[in-house]
Design a protein around this ligand. Structure first.
Ligand code: UD1
Length: 340
């Protein structure tokens, strides 16, 4: 019998790619999502890719009774991958209570339901945002967390703490995956990121500029202390990131965890500047991007990239897709949306 995993936020960007990878590894999946930032059609698209339709429950995770109802309906759930969260940094500054309610209450309801239904394993989507601007690069898991610059970043650190405290005194283990910058899309062109409104993040703004939806990409600052002056990030292909979740859940199901809560950096270990990204995009897709240098964006850090040694050695996972692949699939995804 297949093992079943509950994927909260499973119709979202990273969630949908993870559902595909889980199914391709033989897991049964039930998705819980309130569709606040995604579409139910994603479930059909996942089915097109994998040949299997995951179960889908439209669920408001802030409502404990709805969370319990899922665990009651699917008593074979063996583990949870918890993606469901609000993630817009700027919006979180404007609407802090919404972010604390959405991100903290949902997590606590999921943990409560796991305890009352004897589900022992949780993978949580954390972020490199918890490191702030690290003192030393590349940044490893043992680097100190720094005070978050936004309520969004705060919720990631607070969720890490809540999970750690709960796992410590219960029959539960947890893996916290600290993602760097997830980009790219599935090679099928059927799933990817659906930004709503004007994108805040670099890649959707870039692809929308290439598509003519936006006139000009603003590069936020070229006076950073980096080789070309623009900010540096560790961009990781969403399919590589999705595969890390499968490895993490398998590790817990096989009882291989070395502590109740384990933390892994999920990046490539390479830093690329904003101009590197634009150059790679232009080269692999043979398109010129209209861009201009503007002032720095408030709250941005200068540079960060991951030390992935621990994840590579301990999880036996390594990012395999390079920057060109990320740029190709990001553009394919944008084009497929224009065509449909
Ligand atoms: C932010 C969050 C991160 C979150 C991620 C995805 C922080 C510090 N970071 O990452 O936690 O996981 O979004 O939601 O909270 N840039 C431009 N022009 C643009 C957009 C971005 O030049 O129009 C630059 C930025 O200055 C930065 C780089 O591109 O140097 C990446 O920015 P972005 O894609 O927004 O991601 P982060 O800010 O790194």
């Amino acid at each position: 019998m297949n093992k079943r995993i509950l994927v909260t936020g499973g119709t979202g960007f990273i969630g949908s790619h993870t559902v595909v990878e889980l199914q391709q590894k033989g897991f049964d999946v039930v998705i819980a999502d309130n569709l606040s930032n995604s579409f139910e059609e994603v479930v059909d698209r996942i089915a097109k890719i994998t040949g299997v339709r995951p179960d889908f429950e439209k669920t408001e995770l802030k409502d404990a009774s709805q969370v319990n109802a899922i665990f009651d309906k699917y008593p074979d759930i063996q583990g949870v991958i918890h993606f469901a969260a609000s993630k817009a940094v700027g919006e979180s500054v404007q609407k802090p209570l919404m972010y604390y309610h959405n991100n903290l209450t949902s997590l606590m309801n999921v943990l409560d339901a796991m305890l009352s239904h004897n589900v022992h394993h949780i993978v949580f989507s954390s972020s490199c945002t918890v490191y702030g601007q690290p003192d030393k690069l590349p940044v490893s898991e043992s680097s100190p967390r720094k005070k978050a610059l936004s309520p969004y970043g705060n919720t990631k650190a607070m969720c890490e703490d809540i999970i750690t405290d709960v796992a410590k005194v219960n029959d539960m283990d947890a893996i916290l995956l600290r993602y760097f910058n997830p980009i790219g899309a599935h090679e099928s062109g059927l799933i990817g990121e659906y930004p709503q409104g004007v994108p805040n993040n670099l890649i959707p703004y870039l692809t929308q500029t290439a598509a003519g939806i936006r006139k000009c990409l603003s590069v936020y600052g070229n006076d950073y202390n980096t080789p070309d002056g623009t900010g540096i990030r560790d961009y990781i292909h969403v399919v590589d990131l999705a595969k890390a979740h499968v490895v993490a859940i398998e590790r817990m199901l096989d009882n291989k965890c070395k502590s109740k809560t384990e933390i892994f950096n999920i990046g490539t270990g390479h830093g690329y500047s904003v101009l590197d990204i634009i150059n790679s995009f232009e080269k692999v897709n043979d398109i010129k991007i209209n861009y201009q240098i503007v002032g720095r964006r408030e709250g941005d850090i200068e540079q960060v990239w991951a030390d992935t040694t621990y994840a590579n050695n301990e999880l036996g996972w390594k990012a395999e897709r390079d920057l060109d692949d990320m740029m190709l699939t990001s553009w394919n995804w944008e084009k497929s949306r224009i065509e449909n």
